[in-house]
Every structure is written in structure tokens, then in C-alpha cells.
Design a binder for this molecule. Structure first.
Ligand code: CTP
Ligand code: MN
Ligand code: MN
Ligand code: MN
Length: 385
């Protein structure tokens, strides 16, 4: 392979948002390893170590050549000592002993299985593992109290851990579009997340919804989810009210009205899911179980459960919302870091702001009684991720 240390060659940026990163890349053997180590660090709440392995994976995905010797990595940023050691192990032995050890460990396997339940985070999974639980099936037999969200997570475990295809994402998009248009003609529904980046499969479907007439989008989420529920399509949802993008939006998290939901997708992509079943109209206490033990599955049932994120945004913030919801997570993280460290600005899914200064005045309709013009001076001192 060609030498990489050519001083003429442009340096690789330490910001993911400045690196061209193809969907299919040449270093999967290394990025698979860093993914496992990142997960394992996150499972022990070592956020810093997790982030370091995520950054390493991200830069390896952007390399236009397959790494075949350690010298290839000269001048490549974001690779710490530990990551380099793992790469070296793989180059020498074909596998990393450390990664193999993690993959075999009972704790990693149990944490992976339990955090794979929708609604279960690292803290909860860790408590359960220390109590001796190993699989979602154990949750049913142990008699643990589950939140409504976790109950749905267990019920649809098989489906939700089966990757969503592009065709399924498009079919969900069509169902939501039809619903949105029957409620609010002219509204726009955009597929975001991994599918907007061209991925062929994903863990959920991310949909951003807006209307070109600012303000028309208000109240849409409730009507949309009611409509989906009345059609028997809404298996579960948790709504996050936020401020709908009309409050003081600082920090990296956004404040859009949003529904974390599970929708029912019928047999043929795009086909209507059929009439609502009697006595099964309200989400959360619904329908046939998709067993977490394997016999459930979408096959033979005629439908499958799909995780869907529905996000409503005011049109004036659509560009920022689209940028923020397209991902990848590492790209977004570094875009915010770039804004902050290189431009002294602050970026989130609502806008781009001068830091420590007066917020760019929003259009007049954003000024509500509760926030008189004077209080528009908004300090955005909280550091982005
Ligand atoms: N996002 C966000 N706020 C959240 C969740 C997600 O802003 N609470 C944004 C993130 O920037 C993320 C994007 O939405 O990159 C999509 O998130 P997610 O669905 O988790 O990831 P994808 O990249 O779509 O990957 P996958 O295929 O696994 O769904
Ligand atoms: Mn997604
Ligand atoms: Mn994801
Ligand atoms: Mn999502």
C-alpha cells in the first residue's frame, strides 16, 4: 500500500464532521472491535472510555484504505494507546484477545440482552444482572415490576431487535404521511436518522414533521397519534411534550414535541394494517404477544412491531432539526464541538447561536407573553457534548 506519511497529504481532521465517511468502509474488522469495547465501557458507566472507542471507530470508518500495518496509522487522530493496541493485536493474530474475552463474558452478554429491551438503560440492566437475571425471558419469570415502556419492550423484544429494512421504513413513512395529510394537508414528513444517510437497515424509523406555515404544526402530535391509535397501528407510545421549540432552548438536547412509539406494520409494506381489533384500541394493553423467547417473531403473525420516533418541529427550525436528526451520533457530537471550539458558537436542533451573547432574535411569532423581548438575551454557556 502507498505511504500515508506524505507531508503533501491533507491531515485527517479530528472532527467527524470534517471527514468524508462512506457507508461501506474498509476497516470493519477494527470498527467491530471498537464497537464492542465502547459498549462494554458504557455497560460499566465509563463514559469517557466509551467515547474514546466511539471516536476511534469513527475515524477508522473514514479511512480510504484498509489498515494493514501499524505504520498506516501514522498521523491518524483520535486513536489512543488502547485502540492502537487492539488494532495491533488484530493485525498480528486476526482477532483481539481482549475483545474475544468481552464477547465471551457472562456480564457483557447479559447486559447486551437486557439493554436490548426497549426502556431498559444501563443502570437498570446492571441492577438486574447483579440480581442474577440474564435474559428478557428471566424478567417474566422473576416477577419484576416493569414500567409500561419495559413491558412493551419485552412483549415486542424479537421484533424490535430485528433490523428495520429500508422498505419497511418507507412503508412506515407512507402510513404516517397518510395520517398527517388527513389531519393537516400540506404538512411535510421527512425520513431522517440512518435511512437519510443511506443505510439499508436500522433499529428504528425517524420521522421529522413540519408545515411550511409556521404555527400550523402546533397540536399535530396528539392528533396524529390519536389517528394512528384509532387505526389500530399504535402499539405503544411515550410522548415528550418539550416546549415545541417555543421556549428557551439551550443545551444539546432538543425540545420538540416528540413521540417514542412502537407502530404495527402490516404484512405487505404499504398495505393498510387492517381494521382495529375489538377491545384492543388503546396502546399499551394490546394484541397478541411477540414472545421474548423466540416463537413470537413476525413470521406467520402477519405483522411486525417497529420502533418509530415522531418529531414535530416549527418550520423556522426545520433546517436545524433535519441536521440534528440525520446523525450519525458521532457526526452530530463533533459538529456541536466544532461550533463551540472552533467558532465560539452553540449549535443544537433548534438553531445556531453566538455564545455568551444575545440570541439571534427569532421571528416575531416566537415571542410569547411569557417571554418578553428583553429576556431574549439568552446565555448559552452550557457546553455542548
Ligand atoms: N437524536 C436526537 N435526540 C435524541 C435521539 C436521537 O437528536 N433523543 C438524533 C441523533 O443525532 C441521532 C439521530 O437523531 O443521530 C438518529 O438517532 P437514532 O435513531 O438513535 O440513530 P440512527 O443514526 O438513526 O441509527 P439507527 O439505524 O440505529 O436507528
Ligand atoms: Mn434511527
Ligand atoms: Mn441507534
Ligand atoms: Mn431514533
Amino acid at each position: 500500500s502507498a505511504p500515508r506519511s506524505d507531508p503533501e497529504e491533507p491531515r485527517i481532521s479530528a472532527y467527524a464532521c470534517q471527514r468524508r465517511t462512506p457507508l461501506d468502509h474498509l476497516n470493519k474488522i477494527f470498527t467491530d472491535a471498537s464497537e464492542v469495547l465502547a459498549e462494554n465501557a458504557e455497560f460499566s458507566e465509563s463514559e469517557g472510555r466509551g467515547l474514546a472507542f466511539r471516536k476511534a471507530g469513527s475515524v477508522l470508518r473514514s479511512l480510504p484504505f484498509a489498515v494493514s500495518r501499524m505504520e498506516d496509522l501514522r498521523g491518524v487522530p483520535c486513536l489512543g494507546e488502547h485502540s492502537r493496541k487492539i488494532i495491533q493485536e488484530i493485525l498480528e493474530d486476526g482477532v483481539s484477545g481482549e475483545v474475544e474475552g468481552v464477547l465471551r463474558s457472562e456480564r457483557y452478554r447479559a447486559m447486551k440482552a437486557l439493554t436490548g429491551v426497549f426502556g431498559v438503560g444501563v443502570k437498570t440492566a446492571d441492577r438486574w444482572v447483579r440480581e442474577g437475571l440474564r435474559t428478557p425471558g428471566d424478567l417474566l419469570t422473576s416477577g419484576h415490576r416493569l414500567s409500561r415502556e419495559q413491558e412493551a419492550g419485552v412483549r415486542y423484544y424479537e421484533d424490535l431487535n430485528c433490523p428495520v429494512t429500508r422498505a419497511e421504513a418507507d412503508a412506515i413513512g407512507e402510513i404516517v404521511k397518510e395520517a398527517v395529510h388527513s389531519i393537516l394537508p400540506g404538512a411535510r414528513v421527512t425520513l431522517t436518522g440512518g435511512f437519510r444517510r443511506g443505510k439499508e437497515a436500522g433499529h428504528d424509523v425517524d420521522l421529522l414533521i413540519t408545515h411550511p406555515e409556521e404555527g400550523k404544526e402546533e397540536g399535530l402530535l396528539g392528533k396524529l397519534t390519536s389517528w394512528l391509535d384509532s387505526q389500530g397501528v399504535l402499539l405503544y407510545q411515550r410522548v415528550s411534550e418539550g416546549s415545541g421549540g417555543r421556549g428557551r432552548e439551550s443545551g444539546p438536547m432538543d425540545h420538540f414535541h416528540r413521540s417514542f412509539s412502537i407502530l404495527k406494520l402490516g404484512e405487505q409494506p404499504g398495505a393498510p394494517p387492517g381494521p382495529p381489533q375489538p377491545g384492543a384500541s388503546s396502546a399499551g394493553q394490546t394484541q397478541e404477544a411477540a414472545s421474548p423467547r423466540g416463537q413470537g417473531g413476525a413470521q406467520g403473525r402477519g405483522w411486525r412491531a417497529v420502533r418509530v420516533d415522531l418529531v414535530i418541529c416549527p418550520y423556522s427550525q426545520f433546517a436545524y432539526a433535519l441536521l440534528g436528526w440525520t446523525g450519525s451520533q458521532q457526526f452530530e457530537r463533533d459538529l456541536r464541538r466544532f461550533a463551540s471550539q472552533e467558532r465560539d458558537m452553540s449549535l443544537n436542533s433548534h438553531g445556531l447561536y453566538q455564545r455568551e451573547q444575545v440570541r439571534t432574535p427569532p421571528p416575531p411569532h416566537c415571542i410569547s407573553e411569557s417571554s418578553p423581548p428583553l429576556s431574549l438575551s439568552l446565555s448559552l454557556s452550557s457546553p455542548p457534548l
